[in-house]
Design a protein around this ligand. Sequence first.
Ligand code: SF4
Length: 729
Amino acid sequence: MPNSATPTHCPYCALQCGMNLTPTPDEGGGAGAGVEVTERADFPVNRGALCGKGRTAPALLSSRVRLTSPLVRNDGVLVPATWDEALDRIAGELSRTRTEHGPDACGVFGGGGLTNEKAYALGKFARVALGTSQIDYNGRFCMSSAAAAGIKAFGLDRGLPFPLEDIPKTGCVILVGSNLAETMPPALRYLTELKENGGTLIVIDPRRTRTAEQADLHLAPRPGTDLALALGLLHLVVAEGRTDEAYIQDRTNGWEEARAAAMAHWPEYVERITGVSVPQLREAVRLFCEPEAAMVLTARGPEQQSKGTDTVGAWINLCLATGRSGRPLSGYGCLTGQGNGQGGREHGQKADQLPGYRKLTDPAARRHVAEVWGVDPDSLPGPGRSAYELLDALGTDIRALLLMGSNPVVSAPRAAHIEERLTSLDFLAVADVVLSETAALADVVLPVTQWAEETGTTTNLEGRVLLRRRAITPPEGVRSDLDVLHELAARLGVEKGFPTDPEEVFDELRRASAGGPADYSGITYRRLAEESGVFWPCPALEAADDCEDASLDVLQDDPAREPTGDGGGDGAGDAAHPGTPRLFLDRFATEDGRARFVPVSHRPMAEEPDDAYPVLLTTGRVVAQYQSGAQTRRVDELNAAAPGPFVEMHPRLAERLGAGEGDAVAVVSRRGRAVAPARITTAIRPDTVFMPFHWPGEGRANTLTNPALDPTSRMPEFKACAVRVEAVK
Ligand code: SF4
């Protein structure tokens, strides 16, 4: 392996910060080598800046808690086994389950941290090698409402339809339910630069977070009322004559219905629902409408609700009514969270989708992908259950589960119930790098390679496809997820079609995605090695010439006008499309090229507070931990910075409980009870408590959360449920 610095990307969040990895000199880059992170200033997204998670990411590569041998459960105990023993047992159990109960009794669960190649191979494995429809992934818990709303309005979902570099150049940003200071600190500079350039920042969050402290205007609505808030703003936009009528006429459909719905939401009514005053609403409208360009960016706050799709739809309506979307330096975008949250949803591990972000129910899409896979289109299963519904069916309809890159014991809503479902399975196999809380329940655990030990691509929150490079040799005893799928497929009788070389998988992914909404066919490893990423859609030009897919018209408008700014060199012979940093500038990806307003109305959260459960719980993250904490809780420096959960509450609530700072308090919902120390602050509403969700055990926040699902996206309502809070004597 190379002894010099290898440019690559962080294994954690969707910013996918660039970094250099250098094997430490005494190890010389051999097996099990140490590696250090150094600045990679040439990568434009983070320009060398990293948060503590990225800086300490190598710690897990050589950690003593890392798995380096397969484990199989014998007499109730996980014991080391050979790879053949472990793989034979998984294939045997999946095969037996399929024979006895049918293919849909086998489930597959993936993750938004898997590379594009792994997500693609996992979806293909489920549908071709197992023949099951029962596959979904933890990204369903992350961004699915924004994706559903984006597809409804624009005909296409790409988290940000513009690069991050546009943010400082706009006039106003409304940041809804995002705490960038904790989730992706290097991105905060885009907001700082926005303000330095004279732009304004509005933050909408029930808590005065470190991000909200940067805002010119902070609105703190009651959790679960973001939809009403957006409708109230749109009402005022109309009432104050601030709509862009020419844009609405030229570029949209459905305005009258959406307008009528918004006009039913009087500002005083919205004030009563949200707790945000009418003068604050008016000020937000003024700040948003006065500049020539403005953006709305949402994250998990408005999205993780049982009405998340409509809530995001309401924010998109605001952007459309004011002529923002599809205009330079303007529009709506979603800040995706997981490392490959964007690419992970594009290549076939979602219950309802095929690679290239194609619909599984579209006959033409099935024919195209089946041809690439060399199978009969009629042999491909239809859509399966969404993530929570899949987990909820474990032990009943689904008897055996293969899980990669996820830890639902900590991250799923109503987590104690999901833990019980996992233990009721006939068979559970987990591939992971450590013995996560979910892996500890498995019958077979497979130790797999980590980010710095393997090559693969991810797609960051901008839709920028990136190359993560192998920098060190993996330790003996671990194998890549691609290797695992190859071996399992062979044992299930599918000898071909599951290569272990990531570039070979990517080349097949390119063909499978060609002509689809998320077209990667013009992107090659060679280009990615030479450029600072390539924005999809990026069709191979000869494919674009042939393609009749209407969505490609959007792309074909762009190349001449919109170079990537990252070099855009061809680097790949015929694959010379420059990529598409900015979408929708001439037309949206709908059939007629016009954006669609979606009429939406306020409705309450699935579980409103009452006498028994009078307080609202909202959940989120802290800067030193990542998602379920399976990786970051095992890094000493991060653990020291954030050693455990807490319950953030207002002094008035603490006084009523008689609780002081650090005192143990119990938070109780209809689904269970969690205990953690109180953290008392005026930065949260008096009617709300906040818990971070990174920890298992008695402080597990997701013991409490409500799995009520959004009817469109099937997103659970993580962000708001009713609880009571008790002092623990
Ligand atoms: Fe990694 Fe995200 Fe931190 Fe960047 S912000 S270093 S990508 S965790």
